[in-house]
Design a protein around this ligand. Sequence first.
Ligand SMILES: Nc1ncnc2c1ncn2[C@@H]1O[C@H](COP(=O)(O)OP(=O)(O)O)[C@@H](O)[C@H]1O
Ligand SMILES: [Mg+2]
Length: 353
Amino acid sequence: MAPAIQAENLVKTFGDVRALDGVSLDVPEGTVLGLLGPNGAGKTTTVRVLTTLLRPDSGRAVVAGVDVLKHPNQVRSLIGLSGQYAAVDEYLTGFENLTMVGELYQMTHREAKARALELLEWFNLAEAKDRTAKTYSGGMRRRLDLAAALVVRPPVMFLDEPTTGLDPRNRLALWEVIETLVEQGTTLLLTTQYLEEADRLAHDIAVVDHGRVIARGTADQLKAQIGGERIEVVVHEPGLITDALAALSGYALGEPTVEKNTRRITVPISGGARVLADAIRELDSRGIEIDDIGLRRPTLDDVFLTLTGHVAEERPGEEDGDDAGADGRGKGKDGGKGGRGPDKQAVTAGKES
Ligand SMILES: Nc1ncnc2c1ncn2[C@@H]1O[C@H](COP(=O)(O)OP(=O)(O)O)[C@@H](O)[C@H]1O
Ligand SMILES: [Mg+2]
């Protein structure tokens, strides 16, 4: 089956800036590709090319079987794009805005209303549905805008950093919406700076930096690529670190890392639980008292740091309080913690040389 989205060697320069330096990617139908990269990597430029908004200097792109450069109008009728086509009218209510979009796309009034109500519910805007959009906070508008992009269920969707600026509750809500869309067969290209978002939503991840795809694979493949598993040991007191390093040296596939203040040693290994059991016996036989020991896989943070040489962007300030309490769901669950482990230092141990 032909991929639903395909880009070959896209190049785009703005003056001296080579925003795209030969981007190639493909997204099989019904799957999610996460385009993961730091600010300025070329994510938005890629999306703009694929959605007909920008002509590349060279390269080729096909979306839903249609050549993007030759038949842009046809492509436009087959795609949805967050934040671009969705023109939120300030003077209409949330409900009216979404109903209008549905009717613009030839839904019956009844279908459009039903879809509007469904989306308002999904995006936690149900209680605000009869307020004009101009009374909405920034975060609420962002959600309305996303909802508008989803009214018609296009076969191919592009979401450019859809959850940037959303609070954890709304981020989770949006993830659920996206998962539902994908279950229903939508092909999705999603850009993000959030590792946990790519980890959760994307079947496949393309890491971009400086206008190029520098790595490609599932989250698991990318993690495996930078060095398998790690054993993490917390020894009981700092004086035991040297002994523990000696005890573990036989299992280490790379340079162990040590966090002195937390007495934590991280050792890249392969062999999983069997090696972990051996290591525990070895530490025990040498009388090295430990507080904690475990096996962990590298996080996408490790991957990102290893591949790009810099950490992922810090999470920007989140919207807050705009509509807290608009419904009964709490903000307790933090969608922002998933991929950001406490173990950045450990990545040096997994670096391939
Ligand atoms: N219209 C433009 N004019 C000049 N430079 C641009 C323009 N759009 C993007 N760039 C530059 O191209 C590079 C890639 O930008 P962009 O695709 O927006 O990155 P990302 O979305 O990954 O943050 C950046 O250096 C950016 O400053
Ligand atoms: Mg961008």
